[in-house]
Write a protein that binds this ligand. Structure first.
Ligand code: GRG
Length: 359
């Protein structure tokens, strides 16, 4: 029997304050006022205007092909959620979204982009942001190196700020991302019920970078860095849990449906389903013991649909959604320390809207 309370507590491991009043807004579709829409539009324009063309990716032009995959990915857009958070949190804390904060915001997105380039090679993903993935348009070798170049650029940009704490925290964040990915790889191809491990993967591979976005705003404003790091960690976990749900439920997420399953990878929905259903475990074991030459599940659509028809499937999805709601509530609770202003309200709105993308 799945003990949801135990996992909710574990996932916050003394790091979060209890979910407050703010949590009451969760779960209902909020109506954005015209003013809120206008402000979010302004910020999104400002983020779009940051330099995403990365002309200095290979400044000496020693290796011009490095830029191709990075440009292919960056020009496809993406939600730019991480820079948006840095921008909104800076303003909520009363500091300007000046050149320093813009560099941090962009660095977060460049790191995120580097991980996507690497991840799509590791996972053999064919589609990203609705486009052919970079390693198929170019090749795996170029795509990995292009991700490395993006990473170098992000770190060099941040190093030029001459604030060693910020660079150190970003480096430790990269370590978390890499560890999360490694932990995940260790479980690929196995039918398991390691829910705590899979939640830890989510915290590291996604929560860590959101946490840095929160932390760097607080650190730069000289207040509430710990609370904002926790805010980011909770929000990032909620975000990844929803990403896991979307992998099962959405046909237009910009990626192929059942991508995780295709890679013989159990995301949180699949693990919870395995914990609840012996039929799911049996179907998955059969499929994972007969992978194709790319180590992928054969007929993944068929398998995905069969698993969705299992009686416990909806319970598994609902459990993960409820967990995402709890994490979002914890994230909101961590915002309570911020001074009251329109930007704080906007951060709350964006946080709740990110949860609503599953509805
Ligand atoms: C290069 C530092 C480095 C690490 C390599 C591959 C790897 C280790 C980590 C992978 C981490 C990863 C891909 C996490 C998934 C994060 C996630 C939820 C991606 C989707 O983010 P969105 O929804 O995507 O923000 P868009 O396209 O909107 O940007």
């Amino acid at each position: 029997m799945l003990d949801t309370n135990q996992n909710a507590e574990e996932s916050n491991s003394n790091e979060s304050v209890p979910a407050p009043e703010a949590a009451k807004s969760l779960g209902r579709k909020i109506q954005l006022s015209l003013e809120t829409k206008r402000l979010i539009g302004e910020i999104e324009k400002e983020i779009a205007a940051l330099d995403w063309d990365i002309p200095d990716l290979s400044p000496l032009d020693a290796a011009p092909r490095l830029a191709g995959p990075a440009r292919h990915l960056l020009s496809a857009g993406g939600k730019r959620v991480r820079p948006l958070l840095v921008s909104l949190l800076s303003r909520a804390l009363g500091i300007e979204f000046d050149e320093k904060m813009q560099i941090c915001a962009r660095a977060a997105e460049l790191v995120h982009s580097a991980t996507l380039l690497h991840d799509d090679v590791l996972d053999g993903a064919r589609v990203r942001r609705g486009r052919i993935s970079a390693h198929l348009k170019y090749d795996a070798h170029t795509s990995i190196l292009s991700g490395d170049a993006l990473l170098c650029k992000a770190m060099a940009d941040v190093a030029r700020l001459k604030e060693p704490e910020i660079l150190l925290h970003l480096s430790l964040t990269l370590r978390d991302l890499v560890e999360g990915e490694c932990l995940q790889a260790d479980l690929v191809g196995t039918v398991h019920e390691e829910l705590d491990s899979v939640l830890e993967v989510c915290r590291r591979k996604t929560g860590a970078l959101f946490a840095w976005c929160g932390w760097v705003a607080g650190y730069s404003a000289n207040r509430n860095a710990d609370e904002l790091r926790r805010f980011g960690k909770n929000l990032g976990l909620a975000f990844q849990l929803l990403d896991d749900v979307l992998d099962w439920e959405s046909k237009d997420s910009g990626k192929n449906q059942f991508q995780d399953l295709a890679e013989a990878k159990l995301n949180t929905v699949a693990v919870v389903l395995c914990m609840k259903s012996s039929k799911a475990r049996r179907l998955l074991k059969e499929a994972f013991s007969d992978l194709d030459e790319n180590e992928e599940v054969k007929n993944v659509q068929e398998l995905g649909i069969k698993l969705q028809q299992i009686r416990e499937y909806n319970d598994a999805v609902n459990w993960v959604k409820a967990q995402a709601e709890k994490e979002t509530a914890f994230a909101l609770a961590n915002l309570e320390v911020l001074p009251q202003n329109q930007w704080k309200d906007l951060v709350k709105t964006v946080t709740v809207e990110l949860l609503n993308r599953m509805k």
